[in-house]
Design a protein around this ligand. Sequence first.
Ligand code: PLP
Length: 390
Amino acid sequence: MNSVPFYSLDYVSDSLGSELSSAFDAVQKSGWFIRGRFCQQFETAFAGYCGVKHGVGVGNGLDALTLMLRAEIELGRLKKGDEVLVPANTFIATILGITSAGLVPVLVEPDETTFNLDPSRLAAACTAKTKAIMVVHLYGRLAAMNQICAFAKERNLRVFEDAAQAHGAELSTIGTIFAESGKAQMRAGAFGDAAAFSFYPTKNLGALGDAGMVVTDDDELAKVVRALGNYGSAEKYVNRYQGVNSRLDELQAALLLKKLPQLDCWNQRRREIAARYIAEIKNPAVILPKTATADHVFHIFAVRAESAAARVQLQQFLQARGVESMVHYPIPPHLQEAYCNEPWAENVHLPITEALAKQELSLPMGPYLTDAQVAQVIEAVNAFNPNAGF
Ligand SMILES: *Cc1c(COP(=O)(O)O)cnc(C)c1O
């Protein structure tokens, strides 16, 4: 029996190998390796792709989150100790970005059908200290941006996006809240005051190493993020802020420039695979995501088992049929040891988040999958019966 790996990046070298090699040669010959023309070109190209003015390349996605928030503090728009509403079931980096900027996460339960922030719970989570919302487009599905941004406007809250899993995800119905922007198309990264992207290798758009970017329409914010990533300096040897070293290097930028034109096509293949999973997986013991529209770029194809025990069974059953799967994520941030003494993590009641952590299972997803592999996954999932031994 052939096995279906959870992910493989072979499709990148198979389809673009020689272009990537030529990008490497071009950087090597240029003799300039940090913040040069490739970085500038990729910043312009990716910001343009997202539909915003500025892109600032940084070292990775976590730095993009942290520096975006630190820049807001330097600009006096947020201050240390301010509360940020954030989905409780996100990847740890979202929360690390908030806490390392000196802000306080307020964990909000997700909608259990979308795994994304539930806008109906925002009002109850607000206090006098709440100053911002950090949205996460989890698994590649756009959060409910029309509702969330309308709520934020009403309450005068800043909005930031953790778009690390959602390169290219596009809003299908542009709400009145965005009407004055005049944009005909709105992609992840264009909704809030600023957005953080990661180009970790397995993301929908990935580098061949670590890389990240902050995108924003805000001139001031872009300048401060750029300075913060360069020792806090906009002018050589003049340090306005206590910065860090977090820059997008030329090599990764040149490689990403070659990959960006393929992103829509890769996302389209992910949606095709998702549409087949949704149409052809018919097993009452496996709860499927709902749509395969442009809102969702299926960074991860997340299904839900009926219980913690059923998930263990399902994962073992698939493994026995050669289908790899993974859990995203087994321990939610508030239950991590790293945050065990934080008041915001201790006195919380998050039953939906905790249930999803026990029941979520991710099926193989990516442009690397062949039709035969997709069929193998579907057959294996359909054959699963939680009540039968195997
Ligand atoms: C990957 C990821 C990050 C962090 O990106 P890195 O480049 O790995 O630092 C942040 N948030 C989410 C939701 C992610 O999936």
